[in-house]
Write a protein that binds this ligand. Structure first.
Ligand code: 1CP
Length: 356
C-alpha cells in the first residue's frame, strides 16, 4: 500500500496541542486504548496470539481502530508492544496469559550481550511499518496516528530481568556492577530505536511516544547517566536523520514514568521533545511551573480514578483540565488503562475533557 497520498487529516487538535498551537477543545487519547478493557479486543484475542496480532498488519490495524469506533478520541496509537525490539535483537519473548511478557533466556552477564544482534530494522520490524501505513489509510484522516517505542533503560530492564519485576534487582545491579557494559547495552538499544522510529515516520506515523516506563527505579544520579543521555540522543538523531532524508519531522513525546521531579524538569527543558507525559503522582501546577512554557504536558488522571462513578470521573476530568489549562495540554491517563475499567468511565473521561 502507498506510503504517500494519505487521506487528509480532519482532526488536528492533538498535533496542534503538541506543537503549542491554540485548540478548540483539549485533545485526549488513552494509553493502552486498544486492549483488554474492550470486549471486542478480548474476543479478537481468543482467536489470535498476541505477537501474531502485532506481526499481521491487517490484525494490528483492526485492533488499533477498535477504540476509535466507540469513543470520541483525538489520536490513535498503533497496536504493537515495546518488546518487539528485544525480539528483533534476537531474544525470545513470549506473552503468557495472566503473567505478561516473559523472556526465557535473559541477559545474565555482559558476556550474554554477544547473543544480541543489530537487526535489519526495515526487514525484521517492517511489519510495524506496514501496519502503520495500512492504518493511516484505514483511519481515513479521522485522527492522527502515533508510533512508539520503549526507551533504552526500560527495554534493558526486560532484557535482564526476563519479564516484569517488582524489584528490578538484577537490572539495577548491572548499573553498579557493570557500568561500562550497561552503557554499551543502552547504546546498542538506542541505535536500534533510532532506526525503528525513523522507519515508523517514513511509514506514516504522525507523532512518536517514547515509553520510559521504568523511570521510577532511577534516582537522579542513575537517571542522569542511564536514561537522560539516551532519551536526548534519540530525539536528536531521529530529527537529524529525518532532516537528511527530507522527511517532515513529527512531534515527539517522552513519558518518563515515575521519574523524580528533578529528572522530569531536566528532560522537559533539555531534550528537545515537544511533549512530556507525567504519571498521576505528579502535581499539575508544580509540573507547569517547573517545566516552563515551551513544552506540552500530557497526562495525568490516575487509571484507578476510572473506578469512581461516571459523574465523578467527568468532574475529575474537568478539574484536571482546569489545572493544566487549555494551552499546551493533552489529556490522558497517568499510565495505561486497566483491563477491568468500565467502558462508561472511559466515555465520562472523554466527555469531561471535551466539555472545557
Ligand atoms: O494478552 C494481551 O492482550 C496482553 C496485554 C498487552 C497489550 C494489549 C500487552 C502485554 N501489551 C499490549 C499492547 C501495548 N503495549 C500497546 C498497544 C497500543 C495501545 O496503547 O493501545 C502499547 C503502547 C504497549 C506498550 C508497552 N508494553 C509498555 C509501555 C507502556 C506501559 O504500560 O508502561 C510496556 C511496559 C509494555 C510491556 C508489556 N506488554 C504487555 C504487558 C502486560 C506489559 C507490562 C509487563 C510488566 O512490566 O509487568
Amino acid at each position: 500500500m502507498s506510503q504517500q497520498n494519505f487521506p487528509v487529516l480532519k482532526n488536528d487538535r492533538f498535533l496542534k496541542a503538541a506543537k503549542g498551537e491554540e485548540v478548540d477543545k483539549i485533545p485526549i487519547w488513552i494509553m493502552r486504548q486498544a486492549g483488554r478493557y474492550l470486549p471486542e479486543f478480548r474476543e479478537f484475542r481468543t482467536k489470535h496470539d498476541f505477537f501474531t496480532i502485532c506481526q499481521t498488519p491487517e490484525y494490528a490495524c483492526e485492533v488499533t481502530l477498535q477504540p476509535l469506533r466507540r469513543f470520541d478520541l483525538d489520536a490513535s496509537i498503533i497496536f504493537s508492544d515495546i518488546l518487539v525490539i528485544p525480539q528483533a535483537m534476537g531474544l525470545v519473548v513470549e506473552m503468557k496469559s495472566g503473567v505478561g511478557p516473559v523472556l526465557p533466556e535473559p541477559l545474565k552477564t555482559p558476556e550474554d550481550m554477544s547473543r544480541l544482534k543489530m537487526p535489519n530494522v526495515e526487514k525484521e520490524l517492517g511489519y510495524v511499518g506496514e501496519a502503520i501505513t495500512l492504518t493511516r489509510h484505514k483511519l481515513e484522516g479521522k485522527v492522527p496516528l502515533i508510533g512508539f517505542t520503549g526507551a533504552p533503560w526500560t527495554l534493558m530492564g526486560y532484557m535482564i530481568q526476563g519479564g516484569g519485576s517488582s524489584t528490578m534487582v538484577q537490572s539495577r545491579s548491572w548499573l553498579y556492577k557493570y557500568p561500562e557494559d550497561s552503557c554499551k547495552l543502552l547504546q546498542k538499544i538506542t541505535d536500534v530505536i533510532v532506526e525503528y522510529l525513523v522507519m515508523q515516520v517514513k511509514s506514516g506515523a504522525q507523532a512518536l511516544q517514547i515509553f520510559e516506563s521504568h523511570g521510577n527505579w532511577l534516582n537522579d544520579e542513575l537517571f542522569d547517566k542511564y536514561s537522560f543521555p539516551y532519551i536526548k540522543q534519540i530525539n536528536e538523531r531521529v530529527n537529524s536523520t529525518l532532516e537528511e532524508l527530507n522527511i517532515q519531522k513529527v512531534p515527539m513525546i517522552v513519558f518518563p514514568k515515575g521519574a523524580t521531579m528533578n529528572s522530569l524538569e531536566k528532560i522537559a527543558k533539555n531534550c528537545g521533545y515537544e511533549v512530556i507525559g507525567i504519571d498521576w503522582t505528579v502535581d499539575p501546577v508544580e509540573a507547569r511551573k517547573r517545566f516552563g512554557p515551551n513544552i506540552t504536558i500530557q497526562g495525568n488522571m490516575d487509571p484507578c480514578a476510572l473506578y469512581a462513578t461516571a459523574d465523578e470521573v467527568e468532574q475529575r476530568a474537568l478539574s484536571i483540565c482546569n489545572k493544566f489549562s487549555k494551552t499546551r495540554y493533552i489529556a490522558n491517563l497517568g499510565h495505561g488503562i486497566n483491563p477491568d475499567t468500565p467502558i462508561t468511565s472511559v466515555e465520562a473521561f472523554i466527555k469531561g475533557v471535551h466539555t472545557l
